[in-house]
Write a protein that binds this ligand. Structure first.
Ligand code: SAM
Ligand code: SF4
Length: 319
């Protein structure tokens, strides 16, 4: 079992497969101010698998593949199959912008993937283009429909932004509900890479908007989930993720691995240690030593209150 320095049980690994992305979302990477890592600097699927196996053997039973945009990395289904062959009951999920999903959904499902989260901030094509800087809405909706058709469980992620999509939150919830998908509204997380003029909505503001149309009450909280869940009168459940709250951290059960091999204990801190050489040298003991070191130094809580932001982009960390 993996335990961090504050006694939290760590059973969840998030792997950022690439920093690259085919979108340029205003809240994530409106420009590409950094140089992408050359391909040879990224861990291969075999190398990622070696580390994932180590974590699984130590009790990790949940892995999320993210990025950047994970589907721009070729043959992702091969990596998914490696993971699901190793542990068939692994809770394996993928977060994607959905742009390449239509063609990939079946291969992902066949490889053993069961769940995906798709980012969807608007149902208006021009707005979608404004937010992601690519004309993508129809393609993403087709991708969502295909994923549902092949039997993937789909959740939607939406980042509510003032004067950009805050008039659409009820429509987005209706859309998600109509397709039996849970939607989770994620409070915008300020970061150095986001477009500077953005203002996010906080949980209270999101609730106020949704209350104009829906009756709902707080629902149960899933163990270790960062989302607060709410239940409409008809039983439909949606979530709000408030990373600015510290109770988010008290039950944190995750570590992150970046595509270039940095083991990152917390999204909000720059501190990270590389496991790349250990993995490339097949030195599992060294990799385990680094993992334990990172866990020992995992911060107790995020630091929104002190207003210090991590310089690392979310696309690199694996948001
Ligand atoms: N490219 C994939 C996608 O967009 O779903 C996966 C990576 S993206 C970094 C993961 C999630 O982080 C997305 O749901 C995105 O909306 C969210 N995200 C990115 N930047 C954010 C920010 N500044 N505040 C809140 N959520 C953010
Ligand atoms: Fe790409 Fe996802 Fe970041 Fe948007 S949020 S730029 S889709 S990594």
């Amino acid at each position: 079992m993996l335990i961090d320095g504050y006694g939290r049980k760590i059973n969840y690994l998030r792997i950022s497969l690439t920093q690259r992305c085919n979108f340029r979302c205003l809240y994530c990477m409106p420009k590409v101010p950094f140089t992408y890592q050359a391909k040879e600097n990224l861990l291969s699927y075999e190398e990622l698998f070696l580390f994932a196996k180590l974590c699984i053997d130590k009790g990790v039973d949940k892995i999320r593949l993210t990025g950047g945009e994970p589907l721009v990395r070729s043959d992702l289904e091969i990596f998914i199959k490696m993971l699901t062959d190793y542990k068939s009951d692994l809770d394996l999920a993928l977060t994607t912008n959905g742009y390449l999903l239509k063609d990939k959904a079946k291969a992902l499902k066949d490889a053993g993937l069961k769940r995906i989260n798709v980012s969807l901030d608007t149902l208006k094509p021009q707005r979608a283009k404004l937010i992601s800087q690519i004309d993508m809405l129809d393609v993403v909706i087709d991708g969502i429909n295909e994923a549902l058709k092949v039997g993937l469980k789909v959740k939607l992620n939406c980042v509510p932004l003032k004067n950009i999509n805050d008039d659409e939150l009820c429509d987005l919830l209706e859309f998600a509900k109509s397709k039996n998908m849970q939607i989770r509204f994620i409070e915008f997380m300020e970061n150095e890479h986001a477009y500077g003029q953005l203002k996010g909505l906080d949980t209270e503001e999101i609730i106020t908007i949704l209350k104009k149309k829906f009756n709902f009450t707080p629902s149960f909280k899933e163990a270790n989930s960062p989302a607060s869940l709410f239940c409409l009168d008809d039983g439909y459940i949606f979530g709000i993720i408030n990373p600015h709250k510290h109770d988010f951290c008290e039950s944190c059960n995750r570590i992150r691995l970046s595509a270039e091999g940095f083991l990152i204990p917390c999204l909000y801190f720059d501190e990270a240690m590389s496991i790349k050489n250990a993995i490339r040298n097949n030195d599992i003991n060294k990799a385990l030593e680094i993992l334990n070191n990172v866990l020992e130094n995992k911060p107790e809580k995020n630091r929104w209150q002190s207003n210090i932001k991590s310089a690392r982009s979310f696309s690199q960390t694996g948001g």
